[in-house]
Ligand binder design. Structure first.
Ligand SMILES: [Zn+2]
Length: 137
């Protein structure tokens, strides 16, 4: 335990945390405690191809016509990219993303936006989504 604390620190230096709250994970929609999740930036979420693979699977399982799905997928890309608020991500979904777990957990505990929050680069997001589409061919 001491080695663990030396390597990764403890949360003792964080200010008294605000009361925890049960919220929905922004990825899977399941309930999660904020302080047991992670706050990610829009870029961290939307430039992950795995995120778009997940979104694609959810969307394509929906009982709507194929051409409507393509439109919905495009709409999803455009609405996600401009999100300025942190994304609450549960432990299970966190494996889809590359991010600093300590910073993201700390932000979730403190309820503050992670560094570099704000809209993501649309081209980078489109490229990640495109890769996700290719993974299914
Ligand atoms: Zn989740």
């Amino acid at each position: 335990m001491k080695l663990w604390q030396r390597l990764f620190g403890t949360m003792r230096d964080a200010p008294p945390s605000q009361r925890d709250e049960e919220l929905q994970c922004d990825i899977c929609g399941n309930k999660t405690w904020r302080q047991q999740g992670y706050f990610l930036t829009t870029a961290e979420v939307t430039t992950s191809s795995y995120y778009w693979v997940f979104k694609r699977e959810v969307l394509f399982a929906m009982p709507v016509p194929e051409d409507a799905k393509v439109g919905m997928f495009t709409e999803d890309i455009e609405s996600s990219v401009s999100d300025r608020t942190p994304w609450l991500v549960c432990e299970r979904c966190s494996v889809l993303f590359v991010f600093d777990r300590k910073i993201a957990r700390d932000c979730a505990i403190r309820k503050t936006a992670p560094p570099n929050s704000g809209p993501a680069d649309l081209d980078a997001v489109r490229s990640a989504a495109q890769k996700a589409m290719l993974m299914f061919k």
